[in-house]
Write a protein that binds this ligand. Structure first.
Ligand SMILES: NC(=O)c1ccc[n+]([C@@H]2O[C@H](COP(=O)([O-])OP(=O)(O)OC[C@H]3O[C@@H](n4cnc5c(N)ncnc54)[C@H](OP(=O)(O)O)[C@@H]3O)[C@@H](O)[C@H]2O)c1
Length: 254
């Protein structure tokens, strides 16, 4: 069991708390990633929208622009791709437009199969590990130099309750989230005292998104908060309020 903490109860994000920051969000076209991209932009950040469905990214782009927030950027990328060059090229393309990166939210994930390991399929296992773990590693690996150019940068790895305590039938997804926690801890230890880059993990908790509805088809969608309701933790970890917070596992919900 991995111990976790929540954001300070008195944290109130000021309207311009992310002004001047550039933040990349993966899976920015839907669910929690879309809400995070919009919340970051609403609080002053220039947001780099990364995802696989361009039409969804464009809809988020349009909403941010229509609201009068800083103009975002779109970089399509399918994280199921195993060619390292695609990740290297994404980082190079970002570097052509931005001289540093203040934030990286690893949000995109797939649920995969909900069944016993005994009958799990190799193909589904590989895809979950690719999107949830390998792509996260590759993006971190290639974006780290840009993050190190920032005066104070934040990397947030998205976890899950089943990535902190194993649970039957959550298969590759749960294992991938334990790996995500491990990646966060290893990177945090490596960057301790040597870098202005802080690294933490965040478990959103049960949230009303397509993934949650797929995992719990019998559950009423209104049972859980909407993505917009859990944004304080996402804003806290990207803001300078968390500048000294490093190597910790957070929960977005109490
Ligand atoms: N919702 C919950 O209750 C809950 C609980 C615990 C943890 N989480 C975690 O929170 C994060 C967000 O989940 P969510 O509920 O918002 O899920 P979601 O609604 O399914 O959204 C997932 C996002 O990831 C993107 N994505 C999936 N596969 C991709 C790929 N191969 N390449 C690029 N992008 C890809 C999706 O893009 P498309 O829309 O284009 O497919 C979508 O934007 C995930 O890491 C999840 O594990 C969620």
């Amino acid at each position: 069991m991995i111990a976790s903490s929540t954001v300070p109860a008195n944290f109130q994000p000021a309207p311009g708390v992310l002004s001047g920051k550039t933040i990349l969000v993966t899976g920015a076209g839907d669910g929690i990633g879309r809400a995070a991209a919009q919340a970051y932009a609403a609080h002053g950040a220039t947001v780099i929208l990364v995802g696989r469905t361009v039409a969804k990214l464009e809809a988020v782009y349009d909403a941010i622009e229509a609201a009068g927030h800083p103009q975002p950027a779109i970089f399509p990328l399918d994280l199921s791709g195993t060619d390292e060059n695609a990740y290297r090229e994404l980082a190079l393309a970002v570097a052509e437009h931005f001289d540093h990166l203040d934030g990286l939210l690893h949000n995109a994930s797939v649920l995969g199969e909900r069944r016993p390991l005994e009958s799990a399929t190799w193909q589904a296992w590989q895809n979950v590990m690719q999107v949830n773990v390998n792509a996260t590693f590759l993006l971190t690996r290639h974006l780290l130099p840009l993050l190190q150019q920032a005066p104070s940068a934040s990397v947030v790895f998205t976890s899950s309750g089943v990535g902190r305590r194993g649970k039957a039938y959550w298969g590759a997804y749960a294992v991938s989230k334990f790996a995500t926690e491990g990646m966060m801890q290893v990177l945090a230890a490596e960057l301790e005292n040597t870098s202005q880059v802080r690294v933490n993990s965040l478990n959103p908790g049960a949230t009303n998104t397509g993934m949650r509805r797929a995992a719990y088809p019998a559950e009423a969608p209104t049972t859980n908060p909407d993505p917009a309701d859990i944004m304080p933790a996402y804003l806290y970890l990207m803001s300078d309020h968390s500048a000294a917070v490093h190597g910790q596992a957070f929960d977005a919900q109490h």
